[in-house]
Design a protein around this ligand. Structure first.
Ligand SMILES: [Zn+2]
Length: 227
């Protein structure tokens, strides 16, 4: 299917980004059949899930969750690739919206005020032209009835190269790359930090830690995929 569906999608944008079939009325970006076929984690159904556990003993996160299993060669990988490298930002919104709908079924996410996308490194942002996580955050915020707040956290440019450092130094380096722009805005709020894929969780954890240090607030973590 792959290259044929890609080719068709080039001329008929109202086709499913996964299977290439024409979208029906009421469908956006990914058809209902493909949405149903995604490898859901169902982590939103229990609070001690493997994503939440990644942050235990590291930061005081309120909750943690991922929508899909991100496996090599899987459909999810193709979707994330379209979002990150092919300019298909609508895929980010769609997957973010799906994530938000599922989070909504768990009361722990009911009072989310702000959805914060992980800021991209400025060099990458210049090269790519957009931050894929901004679109995920917009979708999540829309589904949750929360505000997307991409300007709340800034990524610093001065972080040095990681290759010459040992693990601990690297970790400390990651810890200082984010900065909360207006700490007074987050006081007493519940913030959801979102990213495309959580692997080790170090980046999203450092962003969450900066928010928790900046003002008294609650922080939860979510992503589209997890390995
Ligand atoms: Zn489809």
């Amino acid at each position: 299917m792959s290259w044929i569906s890609d080719f068709i999608a080039l001329f008929y944008p109202h086709t499913c980004r996964m299977c290439g079939a024409p979208l029906l009325k009421g469908e956006t970006t990914i058809c209902t059949k493909c949405v149903a076929s995604l490898p859901y984690t169902r982590y939103w159904e229990y609070d001690d899930n493997p994503v939440a556990q990644k942050f235990w003993g590291q930061i005081e996160a309120t909750a943690g969750c991922s929508l899909l299993h991100f496996r090599k060669g899987a459909k999810v990988r193709k979707l994330i690739h379209q979002l990150k490298y092919k300019g298909r930002t609508e895929v980010g919104f769609k997957l973010g919206y799906l994530l938000g709908l599922h989070l909504k079924t768990n009361p722990v996410y009911a009072d989310i005020d702000y959805v914060v996308p992980i800021p991209l490194h400025p060099k990458k942002l210049r090269k790519r032209g957009y931050n894929q996580s901004d679109y995920i955050a917009n979708g999540v915020a829309e589904a949750l009835g929360a505000k997307s707040a991409p300007a709340l956290v800034r990524r610093n440019t001065h972080t040095s190269t990681q290759t010459q450092k040992n693990r601990m130094e690297r970790f400390q380096n990651v810890r200082s790359i984010f900065e909360v722009v207006q700490p007074q805005l987050i006081e007493g709020k519940h913030i959801l930090v979102v990213d495309d894929v959580i692997t080790t969780g170090a980046t999203i954890e450092s962003c969450a830690a900066e928010l928790l240090n900046a003002a008294p607030c609650r922080v939860s973590i979510a992503s589209i995929g997890t390995v």
